[in-house]
Design a protein around this ligand. Structure first.
Ligand SMILES: Nc1ncnc2c1ncn2[C@@H]1O[C@H](COP(=O)(O)OP(=O)(O)OP(=O)(O)O)[C@@H](O)[C@H]1O
Ligand SMILES: [Mg+2]
Length: 237
């Protein structure tokens, strides 16, 4: 359902991907690992159409992303839930309000909205916090709100970019458990992390794409092939 076909992406003279190919089936759970700068966030941004590939094609639900018009992007993004390291919650709204604003974008009546918000907050184990504002929550609690927000409209795909980057080990483990729960309900999940240890518990449900491994067997992030680099190293200037 998600496919990267011969994708190339550079920022100026930094080539992050030269020929990236990957297929992710419906309902898969994929852990994307790689050191800082290996391109994890770039993959997320390409899928969100925040950025465009230089070459190659990306498909989501058989639709080529280059065919999604700029005016359609907000609708396109509604089928993708996102969780970030730095939460990105509205500070002036309550937990309930943060979910309501996202739910209202897709219409539906008030009773339904209320039911759905209660249901996802209960699923994340934080219904009791619905009246709090983000500044009254711990990091782990904030991230649970973000996960509730990400799934409120039943997206087909959930992108989680370093969701545990700001959390202690205990909260991180809870976030992993909740991702597992969301996955069990049929959502396709892409989880990016530089710390595979935290996500290892999810491996039984999914698979790992290691961008470091990929670059060492193909192209390095500097854009030259490993073979080219090795031969350069043999002949230092
Ligand atoms: N808008 C941009 N302009 C220029 N360079 C960029 C831009 N976005 C990313 N890069 C560079 O591209 C490379 C890949 O970035 P990306 O954010 O995808 O890495 P990452 O794997 O998510 O790293 P981290 O683990 O630190 O989040 C990095 O070297 C980064 O500096
Ligand atoms: Mg990143």
């Amino acid at each position: 359902m998600i496919e990267f076909s011969h994708v190339g992406k550079s920022y100026g003279d930094l080539t992050v991907f030269r020929d990236f190919n990957e297929r992710i089936e419906d309902g898969e759970l994929v852990i994307i690992t790689g050191k800082s700068g290996s391109g994890k966030t770039t993959i997320m941004n390409l899928l969100l159409k925040e950025i465009e590939p230089d070459t190659g094609k990306i498909y989501l639900k058989r639709r080529c992303l280059s065919d999604v018009k700029t005016s359609e992007i907000p609708f396109y993004r509604r089928d993708i839930g996102v969780v970030f390291q730095d939460f990105k919650l509205f500070d002036d709204r309550t937990v309930y309000g943060n979910l309501e604003v996202v739910r209202n974008l897709t219409g539906g009546n008030r009773k339904e909205t209320e039911r759905r918000i209660t249901s996802v907050l209960t699923m994340m184990g934080i219904d009791r916090l619905h009246k709090r504002r983000p500044k009254e929550l711990s990091g782990g609690e904030k991230q649970k709100v973000c996960m509730a927000r990400a799934i409120i409209n039943n997206p087909a795909v959930l992108l989680a970019d370093e969701p545990t980057g700001n959390l202690d080990p205990e909260s991180s483990a809870e976030v992993m458990k909740l991702l597992e729960l969301i996955h069990r309900q049929g959502t396709t999940i892409l989880l990016a992390t530089h710390d595979f240890k935290t996500a290892e518990s999810l491996l039984s449900r999914g698979r790992r794409i290691d961008l470091d491994q990929r670059s060492s067997s193909g192209y390095s992030s500097s854009g030259i092939s490993v073979r080219e680099r090795n031969s350069l190293e043999q002949y230092p200037t």
